[in-house]
Design a protein around this ligand. Structure first.
Ligand SMILES: Cc1cc2nc3c(=O)[nH]c(=O)nc-3n(C[C@H](O)[C@H](O)[C@H](O)COP(=O)(O)OP(=O)(O)OC[C@H]3O[C@@H](n4cnc5c(N)ncnc54)[C@H](O)[C@@H]3O)c2cc1C
Ligand SMILES: *[C@@H]1O[C@H](CO)[C@@H](O)[C@H](O)[C@H]1NC(C)=O
Ligand SMILES: *[C@@H]1O[C@H](CO)[C@@H](O)[C@H](O)[C@H]1NC(C)=O
Ligand SMILES: *[C@@H]1O[C@H](CO)[C@@H](O)[C@H](O)[C@H]1NC(C)=O
Ligand SMILES: *[C@@H]1O[C@H](CO)[C@@H](O)[C@H](O)[C@H]1NC(C)=O
Ligand SMILES: *[C@@H]1O[C@H](CO)[C@@H](O)[C@H](O)[C@H]1NC(C)=O
Ligand SMILES: *[C@@H]1O[C@H](CO)[C@@H](O)[C@H](O)[C@H]1NC(C)=O
Ligand SMILES: *[C@@H]1O[C@H](CO)[C@@H](O)[C@H](O)[C@H]1NC(C)=O
Length: 492
């Protein structure tokens, strides 16, 4: 049952807060739209408002610069991306170009192609060529995607990727097979197949990569940092008065005819509309209080996905002792133990930089988040000595990764649907509440869930819905939601 909530909201619950707002801040602290969060979604939402002539907005961001999960770090002389920095699905077939690539081109942000076929293979005995097993895992991935399409078109209930693989007869049972499987699933989604929705992963895969062979992923090599795409774009239309950095939102009050936001310094700002672009992890941790509390249908949707734990650990060594390929795949006896190595000391990237990274996800990522960098160094060096028994393996001079899980502004890397995806939960996640409180970000994107272009499109699309409700364009209809999300399993 699809309905709108406008007339149902308990207006009296927030009326007092609004009065307090007027008393404490005078009448000047009011905007048409408050955009909360200065990642891609927030900045593109603000641009969309600006382009429609609505400049009476304020963007509030807790950090001291824009960019959100796009963030860089310098090792030696080289700047690397420690968050979103790979443009995935740059230009599938004759579909529209990924807007993230368009932004990079616009601001002359340099990128390099990524060659996923350029792998070297290792296991716990040293070099070991199991590329045939990797090919089998790739075939299983493709079959699972096909199965997802069939099941979705039949309206069948969602299953985990693990269930799909098992149905297809793919039951990996050796370290080499686990590592091969990992390269297709965990490395991409940040969680193991048993925690991955088959339908949602297939949607994302379809829209990102399509069935085209022309789509090339690209990685930022820009020494200003990939955040330049967000910061330069913002600087092209946003004024100083429209941006409030270093300001943490503590609570959001909403009713059917007004909203107000309270910052940690006590400032209260009112607005006709609030757009919240905080990550699903921030919402799950109740870092921000909503008054009244979010309705059950919204809370269920927020709880139906997880924030992946995803750590790319960067190391700078005094000398390059590893493979000449782009990537190394390592099959440890324990699945997911430093499985992916990425050589940045490569002609396409940063030759002579001495930089090698290793990526861990899921429980192993939670483990490295909990231990010290020195302990991680010891673990990785031990693995590298196994992989390269003949080489002069040295200690890294520097080691860095961003601990996304314990960062209160993110609480994880990016959202992934549990095997609990339904069309209704997805719609409920992005639906507004009462035509006043709106949500956007990578998590609310159906087709590009977890990705930068998902955040981009959602910032744009939800701002367009707000514009309708500001009576600038079209009719204010809001987005549909279903109050009884549990009652349907439809995935289509
Ligand atoms: C390690 C890692 C690797 C990734 N790799 C890729 C990749 O290769 N390709 C890709 O497409 N995507 C990748 N992503 C995902 C991509 O970075 C995100 O999807 C995208 O940047 C999210 O943008 P957003 O605007 O939705 O959210 P965010 O960037 O999270 O923006 C939300 C903003 O809200 C702010 N905020 C939070 N709480 C508060 C508060 N209480 N008060 C005020 N402000 C607050 C935050 O500081 C943040 O700036 C990766 C992410 C990570 C972490
Ligand atoms: C990008 O580079 C081109 C070619 O060098 C130049 O013409 C253009 O002005 C640059 N744009 C920006 C925004 O720096
Ligand atoms: C690995 O094995 C495959 C065949 O299974 C072969 O085509 C390839 O050349 C081998 N690679 C190396 C580096 O030996
Ligand atoms: C993915 O795209 C293919 C080809 O267009 C389609 O047959 C399939 O149903 C799609 N999968 C999903 C999950 O929608
Ligand atoms: C951020 O704000 C705090 C106080 O709220 C202040 O102490 C700090 O200097 C500010 N940081 C920056 C970089 O502006
Ligand atoms: C919301 O509250 C502000 C400040 O109290 C006020 O200026 C504004 O007119 C109100 N808007 C609506 C739609 O009631
Ligand atoms: C190993 O590399 C380090 C650092 O480059 C160097 O100092 C050392 O002499 C090398 N050892 C051997 C045995 O080559
Ligand atoms: C909305 O816009 C229409 C057309 O410009 C106008 O007739 C109407 O009065 C406006 N409504 C409000 C509430 O401003």
């Amino acid at each position: 049952m699809i309905s709108k909530l406008f007339h149902l909201l308990p207006i009296f619950l927030v009326a007092r807060n609004v009065v307090v707002a007027q008393d404490s801040s005078g009448s000047g602290d009011h905007y048409s739209v408050l955009v909360l969060g200065g990642g891609i979604a927030g900045v593109i939402a603000a641009r969309t408002l600006h382009e429609a002539g609505v400049d009476d907005y304020l963007l509030v961001e807790a950090n001291t610069e824009l960019g959100g999960r796009i963030r860089n770090w310098q090792l030696g002389d080289t700047v690397v991306e420690v968050g979103g920095g790979w443009i995935q699905g740059s230009q599938p077939g004759d579909e529209a170009q990924n807007p993230i690539l368009t932004l990079a081109e616009m601001w002359n942000v340099s990128t390099a192609p990524i060659d996923y076929s350029d792998f070297s293979y290792y296991d716990f005995t040293g070099p070991a060529n199991y590329s045939d097993q990797e090919a089998v895992a790739g075939g299983s991935f493709d079959s699972a995607m096909t199965l997802a399409g069939e099941r979705r078109s039949q309206g069948l209930v969602d299953i985990s990727a693990r269930t799909a693989l098992s149905l297809l007869g793919s039951v990996p049972s050796s370290p080499q097979a686990w590592a091969s499987e990992y390269a297709f699933w965990d490395w991409e989604f940040g969680v193991p197949p048993e925690e991955t929705s088959l339908i949602a992963s297939a949607l994302r895969n379809n829209y990102t990569f399509g069935d085209s062979t022309t789509s090339t992923d690209r990685i930022s090599t820009d020494q200003r940092g990939f955040k330049t795409i967000v910061q330069s774009e913002a600087a092209s239309f946003m004024t100083e008065q429209q941006l409030l950095l270093n300001s943490t939102v503590k609570s959001i009050s909403y009713s059917s005819d007004n909203t107000s936001v309270t910052l940690s310094n006590g400032r209260v700002i009112t607005a006709d509309h609030v757009l919240c672009t905080f990550s699903a992890g921030v919402l799950q941790h109740n870092d921000v209080t909503f008054e009244p509390a979010l309705p059950d249908w919204k809370r269920e949707a927020i709880s139906s996905l997880t924030m992946s734990s995803y750590s790319e650990i960067f190391m700078r060594f005094p000398n390059k002792f590893w493979f000449d390929s782009t990537f190394g795949l390592y099959a440890d006896r324990a699945r997911g133990t430093y499985p992916i190595f990425h050589s940045y000391d490569h002609p396409d990237l940063f030759p002579d930089s001495g930089i090698l990274s290793t990526t861990v996800t899921g429980d192993y990522s939670r483990w490295v988040t909990a231990i010290s960098n020195e302990e991680i160094k010891d673990e990785v060096v031990a693995v590298l000595k196994t992989i390269f028994p003949e080489a002069n393996v040295t200690e890294p001079e520097e080691l860095f990764f961003h601990r996304w899980d314990s960062d209160p502004w993110f609480r994880g890397a990016s959202s992934v649907w549990f095997p609990a995806y339904t069309k209704v939960r997805q719609q409920n996640l992005r639906a507004d509440i009462g035509g006043r409180l709106w949500f956007a970000g990578e998590a609310t994107s159906r087709d590009f869930n977890g990705l930068m272009q998902g955040a981009y499109f959602e910032g744009q699309d939800i701002a367009q819905e707000i514009l309708k409700c500001l009576n600038v364009t079209g009719n204010c209809a809001g987005l549909s939601f279903t109050d009884k999300a549990l009652a349907t399993n439809a995935t289509a």
